[in-house]
Design a protein around this ligand. Structure first.
Ligand SMILES: Cc1cc2nc3c(=O)[nH]c(=O)nc-3n(C[C@H](O)[C@H](O)[C@H](O)COP(=O)(O)OP(=O)(O)OC[C@H]3O[C@@H](n4cnc5c(N)ncnc54)[C@H](O)[C@@H]3O)c2cc1C
Length: 477
């Protein structure tokens, strides 16, 4: 159980209630020094910050609250493997409450943030009511959303690849296309149903297309004998003259050759400019007939971040200094995909990756503690990534680790070993390991799970007024 220290007389209390009672009686003071730390977002940035704050503030009178619209933390590097049915969706999702030892979790949508008044307005998920929360310290870690470059048709007719719902929806859609293709005798229609297009030549796009390619071709050979595999078309669209701009060109070419060998068509120097229900149009005028279009073409910010009254970098990200603090706001920090963080050593900005968000979260927790203890010098964020890696096919990976390029089964094994070790709980690690092991023995599952029906409870009148600790105390004394 966590303990709370009274800073005035060095006594230790086992609960907030005991601490309040002591403060009121011993120090004759109704207002306490309990500070409120609010963390917005339960992704890599938010969860790492939370875990480190919980340790650093274990004995301090602080109230920590984390707010996220999902009640789980999502391990995104394995999202493409959910699309292909290699891993069960729930095995890469960990309930945020698992990380809350001292903190409170609220499943709600963050609607607006008022930096001047130090207020955050949230909408609760069960009754859609708006609530306003005060804070003393704020951590912004709300990530980003898919960037369609204001093209409504691309947004409407493509799947994105950011959430667990996206991955499940894509998987179901692919299986549905296979079922339809197995029934039609119309060659043109079958080709359309069997054309799978992913836009985006970065890591997310390459990993997604390779998982889809493997899943579709394996499922056809095992379960859809009436489909001619020659009618399958798996296409990756990259706006650059290469794929994987994050790694050196030679390694990227190795990856390209492997994808092409596996039957994937890679269209370079191509941009998707329009889309409909059954096609995607490229900037060179080529119209690709396809029933499946997946968008991994970059990220932009949600309004709650892009409209925040502070300085912004490209795509609306919040500008922070080297200590990850927003300019002129000593109590507001930002990290992860929603932050624009200067890298002084290279005169550029840090990339938006999970690796970086994790390191940033650790620094923010340290800086919060320094601010709380009224020490002066905050720590500066500096991080040189040890490496970068991706899985691009069955037992095929690519990696650059400490400047060395690796490809093949070795890189694939390192990827699996490294990312397995990063999954938050022992139970989930085991489950993912079991999923991977089963894949050596059995074909992927083509069960088509329908949409899940939710029961709306907005009409239920719930009286949820819980007396605050101060009110509870005044009842007692
Ligand atoms: C398919 C895919 C594969 C990837 N693979 C890798 C990889 O291999 N290695 C790597 O380093 N990086 C990878 N990334 C990038 C990595 O996922 C991100 O850089 C990282 O998740 C950023 O962390 P974050 O905390 O800033 O944002 P996120 O992890 O996106 O978390 C944002 C959180 O905020 C919550 N949220 C958002 N808006 C609201 C709101 N209005 N109200 C309440 N809650 C809200 C979300 O539910 C979420 O919990 C991948 C990304 C994708 C999509």
């Amino acid at each position: 159980m966590s303990k709370i220290n009274c800073n005035n007389c060095n006594l230790v209390f086992s609960s907030e209630l005991e601490y309040y009672a002591h403060h009121i009686t011993a120090h004759k003071c109704i207002s306490t020094s309990i500070k409120k730390i609010l963390i917005l977002g339960g992704g890599f940035g938010g969860i790492t910050t939370l875990q480190n704050i919980e340790k650093k503030f274990a004995n301090d009178p602080v109230e920590i609250t984390i707010i996220s619209n999902d009640n789980f933390f999502l391990f995104t590097p394995m999202l493409p493997q959910v699309v292909s049915g290699l891993i069960h969706a729930s095995n890469i999702s960990t309930p945020i409450r698992y990380f809350c030892k001292k903190a409170k979790f609220l499943q709600a949508n963050v609607e607006s943030i008022d930096l001047d008044q130090q207020l955050v307005t949230i909408q609760r998920s069960f009754d859609n009511k708006l609530h306003t929360l005060e804070y003393d310290y704020l951590v912004l870690s709300l990530g980003g959303k898919s960037n369609y470059f204001k093209n409504e048709n691309l947004k409407k007719h493509s799947f994105s690849m950011k959430s667990i719902e996206d991955a499940i929806a894509v998987k179901n859609h692919i299986i549905l296309m296979l079922e339809h293709a197995a029934q039609t005798g119309n060659y043109e229609l079958q080709k359309n149903l069997l054309t799978f297009v992913v836009v985006g030549g970065g890591f997310a796009g390459v990993e997604t297309i390779s998982e889809i390619n493997h899943f579709v071709r394996q499922s056809i050979s095992k379960f859809y004998k009436s489909i001619n595999p020659k009618n399958v078309n798996v296409i990756l669209i990259s706006s650059k003259d290469r794929i994987l701009p994050e790694i050196n060109e030679e390694l990227a070419n190795t990856a390209l050759r492997f994808l092409e060998k596996e039957g994937i068509t890679v269209l370079k120097n191509s941009r998707a400019t329009d889309a409909g229900e059954e096609f995607v149009l490229l900037n060179n005028g080529e119209k690709i007939s396809c029933a499946t279009l997946i968008w991994t073409g970059g990220i932009t910010m949600k309004k709650v971040i892009s409209e925040l009254k502070c300085e912004h970098g490209d795509n609306g990200r919040v500008k922070v200094d080297e200590t990850l603090k927003i300019k002129n706001r000593d109590n507001v920090f930002a990290l992860g995909d929603c932050a624009w963080i200067p890298d002084i050593s290279t005169n550029s900005i840090y990339p938006s990756t999970a690796q970086h968000a994790i390191r940033e979260g650790k620094i923010i927790a340290e800086n919060l503690k320094i601010s709380f203890d009224s020490k002066n010098q905050l720590k500066k964020f500096s991080f040189n990534s040890m490496g970068i890696m991706a899985i691009i096919g069955n037992r095929m990976g690519i990696a650059t680790i400490s400047g060395h390029d690796i490809s093949g089964i070795m890189a694939w094994s390192i990827w699996r070993f490294y990312y397995l070790s990063k999954i938050p709980t022992f139970g989930k690690k085991i489950k993912v390991f079991v999923d991977w092991s089963i894949d050596f023995l059995l074909p992927r599952d083509v069960t088509l799970i329908g949409t899940i029906k939710k029961k709306e409870i907005h009409g239920i009148h719930i009286t949820d007024k819980i007396p605050s600790i101060k009110e509870q105390l005044s009842m007692k004394f």
